[in-house]
Design a protein around this ligand. Structure first.
Ligand SMILES: Cc1cc2nc3c(=O)[nH]c(=O)nc-3n(C[C@H](O)[C@H](O)[C@H](O)COP(=O)(O)OP(=O)(O)OC[C@H]3O[C@@H](n4cnc5c(N)ncnc54)[C@H](O)[C@@H]3O)c2cc1C
Length: 419
């Protein structure tokens, strides 16, 4: 792999930037591999990278039906945090946070991880109590959490409506200082480049259209570029999970697909240097390095595989943002797009062996899978290599729904659209 450094930048500048190597190769698929990963999003690519790096498995293919970054990895609002209540979630997402903290160095690729803090606003006394409880739960796991009062919040986010007549008065907030944002597509490119350097074949424009089965075992896949065999096939296709597993004869999964939309305003001078979430509705906002305000809200409540949203959600998100940060209502909206979320029944992910021998599943990320990208790949690689979950993802296996050990962080019940 060509090493990226200040020196290599200087050397290539002198030769007019003509000698940079492509970040990853464009190989043709081989007839067989030791492992196949279906889906070249963040989770598929990180799985391939950690399979090669941690488990020495390098004869691997990542099969992507479009191009790298075309799915949710390139569509999200880039928030990274580990501020959960349930210990199993805290441990998993904190492991992800630790991997994020060393990721640019590990991949030799700047993923622009910016630990600018995530602040959850509280609007009622009971919500503040709730945040104190969550903060304590985080601190018990060694995770940073600070409960802020009204004045501290006002100092941190000057644009907030802190007036006494505010529709939802701000009483305080829960801050995770180490949380923040990262550049989403750089994460895909960084993992792709580092996996490729370890011998992984990344094959774009290669859609999986079926599974090869022998004696009840999955032994490979059918694709738009021919049959490819492998004793281990991992599926990490996010919002397309139910469609892809149907090709393997799995008709029922504890997952529904819903669209989540994101919005970007025209660029403005620096005004918001942390991520803020509104506690009286569902809204999260940050400012990108280019100056645009990046925000999002709830999922569309109906099921869909379309990568576009609908106007009621646009209206809902706009009304929330203008209540919380009134100045945003004077900005023009630049862009709006949607991605398909794999919403699980309890709002927590699935990283598991099965549901068939030879098949492994990584899914159920809801609208929070970007922050999980490193830990998800790390745990899924372990699960695929050793045919058993790592203790960190043991609570996230598929059979928890059979056993009744659900991880319902929000306490919303078995309603995917509510999580
Ligand atoms: C608007 C929006 C905002 C979000 N905000 C956040 C956030 O702030 N923080 C956070 O943590 N998470 C967020 N998320 C969620 C996060 O982006 C996802 O949970 C995560 O990216 C999913 O994993 P992935 O990157 O592997 O998915 P994807 O990038 O979607 O990868 C799946 C890949 O599988 C491919 N595929 C599908 N079918 C096939 C097939 N048959 N053959 C081959 N390939 C196939 C797809 O083309 C796709 O590239 C957000 C998502 C959206 C849409």
């Amino acid at each position: 792999m060509q090493k990226y450094s200040a020196l290599s930048l200087l050397r290539n500048a002198l030769s007019g930037h003509r000698d940079w190597q492509p970040a990853w190769r464009k190989p043709d698929p081989k007839p067989a591999y030791d492992a196949i990963i279906v889906g070249g999003g963040g989770h598929g690519l990180s799985t391939a990278y950690y399979l090669a790096k941690e488990h020495g498995l390098t004869n691997i293919a990542v099969l992507e039906k479009g191009w790298l970054g075309s799915g949710n990895i390139g569509r999200n609002t880039t928030i990274v945090r580990s501020n959960y209540m349930l210990p199993d979630n805290n441990r998993f997402y904190e492991w992800s946070m630790k991997l994020w903290e060393g990721l640019s160095l590990d991949l030799n690729y700047n993923v622009m991880f910016s630990q600018r803090g995530v602040l959850n606003l509280a609007h009622t006394p009971s919500q503040l109590d709730d945040y104190a409880r969550r903060g304590n739960s985080m601190r018990l796991e060694g995770i940073d959490a600070e409960l802020l009062g009204r004045e501290e919040v006002a100092r941190m986010v000057p644009g907030l409506d802190m007036s006494p007549s505010a529709r939802f008065p701000v009483l305080g907030g829960l801050l995770q200082p180490r949380a923040g944002t990262a550049r989403h597509d750089a994460v895909a490119w960084g993992y792709a480049r580092a996996a490729d350097a370890r011998g992984v074949d990344i094959i774009e424009n290669c859609e999986v259209t079926g599974f090869l089965r022998e004696g009840g075992r999955i032994v490979g896949v059918e694709t738009t570029r021919g049959e490819i065999r492998a004793p281990k096939v991992g599926v990490a296709v996010a919002g397309s999970t139910s469609q892809v597993l149907r090709l393997a004869g799995i008709e029922r999964l504890p997952i529904e697909s819903h669209v989540l939309q994101a919005f970007v305003s025209e660029p403005v001078k620096p005004i918001l240097d942390c991520v803020v979430t509104f506690g009286a509705g569902h809204l999260y906002i940050s400012q990108s390095d280019k100056g645009g305000l990046v925000f999002g809200g709830d999922i569309d409540k109906y099921n869909s595989y379309a990568q576009r949203g609908n106007l009621p959600v646009v209206e809902h998100v706009m009304s929330e943002v203008s209540v919380m940060l009134p100045f945003v209502s004077r900005l023009r909206l630049l862009r709006n797009w949607g991605g398909i979320m794999d919403m699980s029944m309890d709002g927590s992910p699935i990283i598991t062996t099965g549901p068939l021998p030879g098949l492994y599943l990584n899914a159920g990320w809801c609208y929070g899978g970007f922050k999980a990208t490193p830990a998800s790949g790390w745990c899924f690689a372990w699960t695929m290599a050793r045919d058993e979950p790592h203790p960190l993802n043991a609570p996230f296996t598929l059979d928890r729904f059979q056993r009744g050990y659900v991880l319902d962080e929000r306490g919303a019940g078995p309603y995917p659209k509510m999580h």
